[in-house]
Design a protein around this ligand. Sequence first.
Ligand code: CMC
Length: 383
Amino acid sequence: MHDFFPGLAGIPAAKSSISFVDGHEGILEYRGIRIEELAEHSSFLETAFLLLFNHLPTNFELDQFTRNIFHHRRIKYRIIDLLKSLPEQGHPMDALQAAVAALGMFYPVHDVREETTRYLTAIRLIAKLPTIVAAFARLRRGDEPIPPRDDLTYAENFLYMLTEQVPDLALTKIFDVCLILHAEHTMNASTFSGMVTASTLAAPYTVISSSIGTLEGPLHGGANEAVVHMLEEINSEKDIPLFVEDKLSKKEKIMGFGHRIYKVKDPRAIVMQKFAQQLDNPNDTRSLYTLARALEREMESQVGPKGIRPNIDFYSGIIYHRMGIETDLFTPIFAMARVAGWLAHCFEQYQENHLFRPDQIYDGPHRRPYQPIEERIKGQCEE
Ligand code: CMC
């Protein structure tokens, strides 16, 4: 009889040199570099390069990488037609997953281990995800997608394709750092599901569409959206103690808190919180940031000692909300950033591939007789 570890908690599923997390000290490193340093000095594209190629790029390498990404940002009109044909009330994560899966049909991959193909698929995916997210956001409200602009940075261009306005430098920097902080996070659920898909030697487009599907749920990337809905439900600060008590007594989760690895406050949440505070309007009587701070204090007193503390999703949604971004686009934005980490893991998996095929502990019946249909009684077949 094997031991059983629900959710594979604590079971290493791979060896990796992409990122490192210490959940007790609150440390996260990408390729050995602390995220706080990257947040201060790097850009999303430079960080993506670091994750993919295991070193910080030279000027020449970064320039070439950026130019390649910019060159591949447009999406085929048939992808736009596909997005047009989806229900406008459908979730943009589903639209993104469908469009990414469709990319694989336009750019077939014959050998996933071939280096040039790998490079080109990585470039295409990092380049096209923002265009798809912005295009669906516009199409669903009846507007034409806005083509990317080469004179804008990666972050600026996404916000421009979404809003038709070039954001100011401060907002662009905040958004870019949000992308850096979301770019990678060791063996999380969406990375693992992508690696399982990669281990069958499926193409990167299929791998990334698996990861997007896994990211969507509220226990993972979907939490940023759920946090804003939750805060909007709370009328005022004075309702918070009761709100928390009520949720905890019903064994319901408070969104944006808790983490499988972090027992202290997520280091990404610390950086995010500074931005949320920077963007907050203290005169706003419905300030989500003020509510969030009060909720954090209450949670600390009630469940902090159990190691349940804010994670990245607690403050990221508040930032995007203040930037005027629609709530259901928060998780697709997470995917736009995480694609860099997913690809790095996908390529690492191809390199040292071993098909993921875990075991199970069967606890069903054996030697059950086959019952002819006329002898079956209601209830038995519903078992
Ligand atoms: N609110 C209330 N109680 C919680 C929470 C929470 N947010 N998180 C964990 N707990 C409690 C849980 O009820 C359980 O209590 P008990 O031991 O009394 O039964 C205990 O803590 C362990 O929880 P678990 O769900 O078994 O632990 P896990 O390691 O599977 O949890 C988690 C990780 C992220 C799924 C969970 O903390 C959670 O559901 N949080 C809310 C959703 C969320 O914010 N997700 C974003 C995660 S970080 C970014 C990302 O991955 O996208």
